[in-house]
Design a protein around this ligand. Sequence first.
Ligand code: F6R
Length: 612
Amino acid sequence: MCGIVGYIGHRKVTPIIVEGIKRLEYRGYDSSGLAIIDKNGELKIHKKLGKIIELERTLPAPSELEGTLGIAHTRWATHGKPTEVNAHPHTCCHGKIAVVHNGIIENYRNLRKKLESENHTIKSETDTEILVHLIEHFEHETKDLTAAVQQALKLVEGTYGIAVISSDHPRKIVAARKGSPLIFGIGRDEFFVTSDVSAIIIHTKRVIYLKDDEIVTIEPDHFEITTLDNKVVKAKISEVDWDVSSIEKGEFKHFMLKEIFEQPVSVENAFRGRLVSELSSVRLGGLNMTGEELRSIERLQIVACGTSWHAALIGKYIIENIARVPVEVEYASEYRYRNPIVPPHTPVFFISQSGETADTLAALYKAKAKGALAYGITNTIGSTIARESDGGVYIHAGAEIGVASTKAFTSQVTILTLLAVLLGRMRNLAPTFGAAFIKELQKIPQKIQQILDDNDKILEIAKTLVASKNALYLGRGVNFPVALEGALKLKEISYIHAEGYPAAEMKHGPIALIDENMPVVAIAPDDVIYDKIISNLQEVKARNGRIISIATEGDKRIIEHSENVIYIPKTMQTLQPLLSVIPLQLLAYHVANLRGLDVDQPRNLAKSVTVE
Ligand code: F6R
């Protein structure tokens, strides 16, 4: 939710860390700040309310901020309002130590009382400031920054990714993590720390993903990773496989639009190497399950939040339909606080683009505590959910920077269709279906492209929604969760209230809302319940509702029921969501853009919700 970047090396630090937090601005954008050790060995801190551009505008002249070591932060407020005082970095009483922090210190109230009784003056409302005073306390005793951080963290309950510098140790950054990502980057004669690799991949792709309770002490020519008990850790260096272009907007106005347009490629990347034509089946090696284990699965649970939860609902429909394995789908935030029943032979899948969502992670721990095997479906290599799972599948969507998830959703759905076919083929699913599925899935990227080619037409239709205050999205069967996803996209970036409903449920209440001011987006592809959804549309039309239909190309009948129609290519029902969601993403994008809103960084939101 917040972003951390730190640098130590031979280059000027300020431009590097400011550029770094700009790349993380999608993670939080209430306020930002930086701290460096300047060329005179002094700690200099600058913070600003608002977006990073405000920080940049108000930075002192470069000559006053010269140094080769520093840390920076972009914040999404949790404890305390977004104000300059509450912005990071925080410093201590003697002003020589600075800390940036992601996560939440749960016992900060008690720690604050204790520190205040020892005459520490706490200036902000944040939990983070407690950390820097604790470190000050132990640094006074030990005269060693690493030891002080270790001692301080032992008193802390909660989650953290932190980076610490001190003018008493002017050639050192100490960084640590627990439950919040922290990545250490190894460049040429320079080192980086960050909470998200996209901040540093223009500098290096060689990284170490710190594990919980690990601390890295970085000096210009050397680093050491230890535990909180000061045991040395030999960590593995990984190579990030993202391309730098994946974190640039290129010719697109917004990341969201770029990511929508990347879907022909990202969907293909999700299934590439996983289709086994000879067996009319698929391979998901990361699950680490034998054929026997796959066959012994009696039911599945899928747990996720937000858009990933919508993907899970589609997964339920498809897995139950073609593999005949019962699936329960749960919100992670609910699962973690109840007493879920996990019967034997029930693997629990956790879907998360970021792999760091706090509720999903807590739900994963809950399932494991109940003895279940946990499987992650994530986009982020080395993320906590990926690491804590017993197996899993990477969706390989590439960096998703727009706060509203688009390409990750279609990649998650692609993986769930693969899982459905795999489980089905291990049971009674006919090889003819497996073969037809593989053939059709391979055509999906090109079919997505066909819809994207209609972007100008979708923009024109979006103009009819710009002034709306509400919108209703209707779908049936596998397209009901697509309706939910379409409504979520519209509300989160355009701030128009929107709801998704199973089309036939409308007459049990929401139909009361229908009048000429209520646009209705109906997902009505040509399938077994087409006639039913047409009847639902007649009910809307009879009440003067304005209908935008998503229909299968060649469908002429839909025209008389709709004010506007967006056509999608024909495909098998299992794969329809991969097509029907694309116009909904584009509609939401254009409406928000036409309303002049900040599409990539909508208000109150942040990418990757690492707090409860
Ligand atoms: C909406 C959106 C969110 C996320 C949700 C879960 O566009 O992006 O609803 O889907 O916060 O995030 P992950 O998938 O990272 O666990």
